[in-house]
Design a protein around this ligand. Structure first.
Ligand SMILES: [Fe+2]
Length: 256
């Protein structure tokens, strides 16, 4: 198996294209996407179309927000959700609009396969819960995360949502491995502990590195990939769409 796991594209077409090209170059057999294809960014329609190539697409909190309301979103994120909803309801394109809404409405919250669990947020709240590196000191939270869901004993759980790539391991004590500290590679097959793997974000990285992030899993190891893309192209698309808050473009230049 050689599978690409991506997440949090956030309607950033240039970043998504660059990652898809790298995935192809790396010879991955398929692509699993953990959600937040849309929200924040200027190109939701083309990103939904491209995500159709993925063998799996999950529901992210931004898809949930366009479907059911932006509960708990800050004003800038909510403004982008309202804008995204308009983009998916363009007059004169009713049939394509319907396909887009059917796609978003048909996404599932999690996927179990072999001993791997795939979610957007966390194992106990697959769409909305954040797991940050400082949470390794919150033992009750970590115990609950590694014990959920009660009906499925996973060895590896893939998540996105925080836009910070890394690995949480169920060691004693709990540990977090930043990809930069482990040479972007983690051999999981020979280790007994469960791991929760955050694949980072394709379209809005927040770990101080503006390059797109994703992970490749093969039978032995996880490989964290960082991909340069044409950030200016995405900034230009923000310029063309003044309905989106400036701040959302600005953060792409810093990766924060
Ligand atoms: Fe996200």
């Amino acid at each position: 198996m050689k599978r690409a796991v991506i997440s949090d594209i956030h309607a950033n077409h240039a970043a998504f294209e660059a990652v898809l090209a790298d995935i192809e170059e790396q010879g991955c057999e398929d692509i699993y996407c953990l959600g937040d294809i849309i929200g924040y960014g200027p190109d939701p329609r083309i990103c939904i179309t491209l995500a159709g190539k993925c063998a799996l697409n999950l529901l992210g909190n931004h898809e949930e927000a366009v479907l059911f309301g932006a509960i708990g979103f800050n004003p800038k994120a909510k403004a982008a959700i309202d804008w995204t909803k308009e983009q998916l309801s363009i007059e004169g394109q009713e049939e394509e609009n319907r396909e887009m809404w059917n796609f978003v409405g048909g996404l599932s919250k999690h996927h179990k396969e072999g001993d791997i669990l795939y979610v957007h947020g966390s194992p106990r709240d697959p769409t909305r819960e954040y797991v940050f590196k400082q949470d390794i000191r919150d033992i009750p939270k970590m115990d609950a995360l590694f014990g959920a869901p009660p009906d499925f004993e996973w060895k590896v759980c893939f998540a996105g949502h925080t836009h910070h790539p890394g690995i949480f391991s169920q060691s004693t004590p709990y540990m977090f491995h930043d990809p930069r500290e482990i040479d972007h590679r983690y051999e999981y097959s020979t280790r007994p502990e469960r791991i929760l793997v955050n694949v980072g974000s394709v379209g809005q990285p927040r770990d101080g590195d503006k390059r797109a992030s994703y992970v490749i899993i093969d039978d032995e190891a996880l490989h964290f990939r960082r991909i340069e893309y044409d950030v200016q192209r995405t900034l230009d698309r923000f310029e063309e769409n003044p309905g989106l808050p400036d701040y959302l473009a600005q953060r792409l230049t810093e990766g924060k």
